[in-house]
Ligand binder design. Sequence first.
Ligand SMILES: CC(=O)/C=C/C=C(C)/C=C/C1=C(C)CCCC1(C)C
Ligand SMILES: CC(/C=C/C=O)=C\C=C\C=O
Ligand SMILES: [Fe+2]
Length: 556
Amino acid sequence: MASLISISATKNYGFPSSKAVFGDARVQSICENNSKTMISTKNTKTMIVNVATDISGNIQSPLPKEVATDGKLVAWTSVQQERWEGELVVEGEIPKWLSGTYLRNGPGLWHVGDYDFRHLFDGYATLVGLHFNNGKLIMGHRQIESDSYKAAKTSKKLCYREFSEVPKHDNFLAYIGDLANLFSGASLTDNANTGVVKLADGRVVCLTETIKGSIVVDPNTLETLEKFEYSDSWSGLIHSAHPIVTDSEFITLLPDLINPGYVVARMDPGTNERKVIGRVDCRGGPSPGWVHSFPVTEHYVIVPEMPLRYCAQNLLKAEPTPLYKFRWYPESKGYMHVMCKASGKIVASVEVPLFVTFHFINAYEEKDEDGRIIGVIADCCEHNADTTILDNLRLQNLRSWSGEDVLPDARVGRFRIPLDGSDKGELFAALNPDEHGRGMDMCSINPAFLGKPYRYTYACGAQRPCNFPNTLTKIDLINGKAKNWYDEGAVPSEPYFVARPGATEEDDGVVISMISDKNGEGYALILDGSTFEEIARAKFPYGLPYGLHGCWVPKN
Ligand SMILES: CC(=O)/C=C/C=C(C)/C=C/C1=C(C)CCCC1(C)C
Ligand SMILES: CC(/C=C/C=O)=C\C=C\C=O
Ligand SMILES: [Fe+2]
């Protein structure tokens, strides 16, 4: 395993050295000082790794140790150690133009001491970086140093409210205190485990659904730099985990739990100040629908009002409910609202069939022959209005798969929202879901097509039977066809499209994914965006846990 790592050359720090064996590769020397370990191998190359500590603060071996996984999938197993960095051996050829860093964030550590978390979304954030340069690939991973993670490490217990986990109280007074802290936001997690975005001003921010869980990181070292604090006076505690981020724009959606509705806000590059674009009141009740993501078109922000709504009673509960902090309100119906980016005015608000989605894929404006905008198309990974997907993502379910086909069906849900004043919109499958095995989530597109008519999306699909999306799929929304990549027993993470500089075709680029394979190992996979064939892969020193979303930081 370790022999697959070609170790990168660095300067000699001149520390005293000793001999050791590095996996099955002969290590000539290991030099240690406080926090850095320098490892040299026969071929004179050297790698710097940081001394790793586990969640209890115990020093772990700085070396990538043999994976204690009994050769089984590690996608749902806590990361082996706090951090690691080294060069990977590349099989195949990484295009020389691919120059920059792919960052992927996600929950990667699901326990504090002996206590095991229950839901995928509870895990402490693990940031993985793939640094591409001139056909070479250096990988690193590192835990994000949120207050929540640091407090758990120090006190050896859960200290903040995570997605489904709530700290235990010693007595009734402590419980009352915790409730007060829930309303002030003090007890909410800042565990930024959902995604990572590169802002137009260059800052790289890890995010989750709590506003306080926005953390600035260094894309090169993966180091936690500081909290991202908004300088405006918006007092809400939560936001969409997926803002719209481009080289010029940052748009976010703030659900209002007190006066059910959503505030749409923009933040200019170089500032931390959100400025309100507009507000939309909910049409159903009693609270706003969960809004993990939302799409935009060139002129509009699309605000989804999903019948799976935030639920005050469930927020107060100490034990997870089947729908966690949410409740399914089919009688409240589902709606799609269209807000003009320039004026903040609502130009359409339509009732749509019931839907369940985490991720919108893209949206665009439909025009008539005279070029007049007549409607909006908004595509999402839609779970057939079935909320069971949320409970499927419980770790016990993910870890205990015994071969049955238990992944609920999903499709590319396409909303058609008329802009002619009609009060109903449509929702239908954009292509036959069998094309992608009736599994569909964790999507990406060519970012140049954000908000515009587009043809391709990349996502995770299904080869059944399965309990989790297990393929990578390239979907052609014009021809209604999908091409699928599959490695038996493996779990691939979000396929992320990076366009070739100067490309004119929408799918001219590469697709990057990280794979947890059935043997407990893992690798970075590079597919050609056009043919969807593998062009390169590079094995990790050990398998990594599943991660959610990524971003691309080009080398400047
Ligand atoms: C990982 C992921 O995709 C989603 C994470 C969501 C989180 C951490 C949600 C946290 C919440 C609380 C701690 C209380 C308030 C409600 C809610 C936003 C669900
Ligand atoms: C991983 C996932 C759903 C998979 C089901 O098909 C959802 C992740 C949501 C948060 O980012
Ligand atoms: Fe997400």
